[in-house]
Design a protein around this ligand. Structure first.
Ligand code: SAH
Ligand code: SF4
Length: 390
């Protein structure tokens, strides 16, 4: 199936604006209940013709079936009158993203190539560990930013993902892991990171609405303490993220001076390091129990010197930030112009930050063999098109 949505106009390399582009309506004309708030479900039922009292009751029942039980078939909803199921099915769907391909890495990491109903590909990754399982969720198809070390950054932004497509990733993972009904204990999927394709703060409303559903205690029930949103540094949206979403914050810092950060994270030309760190200091909810994570990709001879590590410690102290640093060995992709720092360099960098009193673990790359590691996501369909064109 080919995409029927044209590429979004890109406003500029360093000052992209989110051009709200509505996805094409579903071809079947039905309303997807996934991604709607409880009130929106009620309004949708009323708009389709239910009287307000029934709509209120049904919206509660539907919410429970959809998010607690993971049921997508109206006829399986035992407390909804049998006669009403066909009417519901005629007007509504409970969707999942379509799976184009599912892969498993030798280390157990799983990657899914997904497709939106209007034909755009995106990816999600599940990373199992001994004591937790983390789902890496995408917020956009492509990205407007062009971080130089990131494969997704070489794609143009196709469109923002809708709340249904963001929540849908979590629900699909629950399906695949057999984790219905939702329960507080013994889950494999324990954590969510908004670290897949795209910049979540350039799709703020949809990411917020989706995460509110993911956090709802009557539904998917994941605590905000187990959700982390990663931004490349969209300063004007950070306070709102704290106030309106309230999840943990990760910031893709990657460099400690203007010259290098301007080069590798071009958004820095718009929002500089000082502004970014001030926004971190003001982030609501950040404290010693809930630290801000600074992500730092280790690029050989670019940002990995001992002096860089010392400057990182100085900056974090200067802004008095409750912080931890996550050192990410650079994950290569075809055509990348950088190399990963040597293990000795990474160790030395990490030690200096540790000695500065800041935790600085090195993130173990996961799923590299299936291109599922940080920064390797760029949809297979895109790759196939490239190969065909070459
Ligand atoms: N757009 C958001 C979230 C997605 S990227 C952001 O930039 O924060 C998730 C993390 O992977 C970011 O810290 C990003 O900088 C990092 N990353 C991107 N490309 C990478 C690569 N090739 N190797 C290692 N990490 C990479
Ligand atoms: Fe976009 Fe994040 Fe990749 Fe930068 S690192 S291009 S913001 S996905």
């Amino acid at each position: 199936m080919t995409a029927d949505t044209a590429l979004m106009p890109i406003a500029g390399r360093t000052d992209p604006v989110t051009v709200p582009r509505a996805p094409a309506p579903r071809a079947d004309g039905k309303v997807d209940l996934v991604g709607l708030s409880k009130d929106q479900i009620r309004s949708a039922l009323e708009a389709a013709g239910l009287d307000p009292r029934q709509a209120k009751l049904r919206s509660k029942q539907l919410w429970h079936w959809i998010y607690n039980r993971g049921v997508g078939d109206f006829t399986a909803m035992t407390d909804i009158a049998k006669a009403q199921a066909p009417w519901l099915a005629e007007h509504f769907v409970i969707s999942r993203p379509a799976v184009v391909e599912a892969q498993v890495s030798t280390d157990g990491t799983r990657k899914w190539l997904l497709q939106t109903h209007d034909g755009h590909d995106y990816e999600m990754v599940f990373i199992p560990d001994a004591d937790r399982g983390t789902l890496c969720v995408s917020s956009q198809v492509g990205c407007t930013l062009n971080c130089r070390f990131c494969h997704t950054g070489t794609m143009q932004l196709v469109r923002n993902l809708e709340p249904s497509e963001i929540v849908g990733q979590v629900m699909l993972a629950r399906d695949a892991l057999g984790e219905w009904p939702s329960q507080p204990e013994g889950r494999m999927l324990t954590n969510i990171v908004m670290m897949g394709m795209g910049e979540p703060l350039y799709n703020f409303d949809n990411v917020r609405d989706a995460l509110k559903i993911v956090m709802d205690g009557d539904g998917l029930g994941l605590s905000k303490r187990r959700i982390t949103l990663s931004t490349s540094g969209v300063v004007p949206m950070m306070a709102r993220a704290g106030a309106e979403i309230g999840v943990n914050l990760a910031v893709s810092l990657h460099a400690v001076n203007k010259v290098v950060r301007d080069e590798i994270v071009p958004l820095n030309r718009k929002y500089g390091i000082e502004q970014l760190l001030e926004a971190c200091a003001a982030y609501p909810g950040a404290n010693n129990a809930r630290r801000i994570t600074f992500e730092y990709v280790m690029l050989k001879d670019k940002n990995d010197s001992d002096a860089d590590a010392r400057e990182l410690v100085r900056l974090i102290r200067h802004y008095d930030l409750p912080a931890k640093v996550n050192l990410i060995p650079f994950n290569p992709w075809p055509g990348a112009t950088y190399e990963c720092s040597t293990p000795e360099r990474i160790r030395s960098f990490s030690n200096i930050v540790f000695e500065g009193g800041i935790s600085a673990p090195v993130r173990t790359p996961r799923g590299r063999d299936i291109d599922a590691a940080c920064g390797q996501l760029r949809t297979a369909a895109e790759r196939k098109r490239k190969v065909a064109a070459a």
